[in-house]
Design a protein around this ligand. Structure first.
Ligand code: SAH
Length: 217
């Protein structure tokens, strides 16, 4: 089904809301303007694509609220040469935003259905620097190496040491941390010469990060 054209008015309000909520990085705002969110939501929800709300996607998962996508992206302080890991591809929307601001995105998703769909949508809009992998974000093959930035888009009780070890020196990780059935806090970790510097940013609510790939019927 073709996507409904979003009105220019909706897109202007979308941008204004992001700015009003405190997003000020011009490159992030531009990425949010360029990526057609209506292609990442379910077809019945296309009319709501430019509202500042999370929406349901397949497999009982969600596409995050645009403000949270922009905020987490801004907090990563991306540079064009960066290699970025995302855990929780979901719809692929966040990966598309990241792809506009860095060299390469590797994104893992435990549901094959979601990984396949996201791959198709991303290819359709020309995001050729995103690799979507059907796999477990708690068990990333060593061969994938380390990353300049890591974004986790599913709630974790704790950030595993093994994940922190995948950060390059000077690297930044952002993740929702806390009880998976309640609110979490967005945590930003910077890898310094002497260890890790951790800072709490905002209360958030994400679907849980679960170990292993999902069993699907
Ligand atoms: N970033 C997404 C939204 C993520 S919702 C977007 O832009 O649409 C969180 C996603 O994390 C879900 O799709 C869920 O299946 C996935 N997930 C949860 N645990 C995971 C794990 N261990 N490895 C990979 N993906 C995981």
């Amino acid at each position: 089904m073709p996507s409904l054209p979003s009105t220019p008015q909706e897109k202007i309000v979308f941008q204004l809301n992001l700015r009003r909520s405190g997003i000020s990085d011009q490159a992030v705002l531009r990425a949010m303007e360029e990526v057609p969110r209506e292609l990442f939501v379910m077809s019945v929800d296309r009319i709501y694509a430019y509202r500042d709300t999370a929406l349901g996607i397949a497999c009982g998962q969600t596409i995050s609220q645009p403000f949270i996508v922009a905020y987490m992206t801004e907090q990563l302080q991306l540079r064009p040469e960066h290699r970025v890991l995302e855990i929780g591809t979901g719809s692929g929307y966040q990966a598309a935003i990241l792809s506009k601001l860095c060299r390469e995105v590797v994104s893992l998703e435990r549901f094959r259905t979601l990984a396949d769909r996201a791959r198709r949508v991303l290819a359709g809009i020309g995001c050729s620097n995103v690799e979507v992998i059907h796999g477990d974000g708690f068990d990333i093959p060593e061969t994938r190496g380390t990353f300049d930035r890591i974004m986790v888009t599913a709630a974790m009780e704790n950030i595993p040491d093994a994940l922190l070890e995948r950060l390059e020196p000077g690297g930044v990780l952002i993740a929702p941390v806390g009880p998976v059935d309640d609110r979490q806090v967005l945590v930003r970790v910077v890898r310094t010469d002497s260890g890790f510097k951790r800072e709490e940013l905002l209360p958030v609510r994400f679907v849980p990060a679960l170990p292993g790939v999902a069993r699907e019927l």
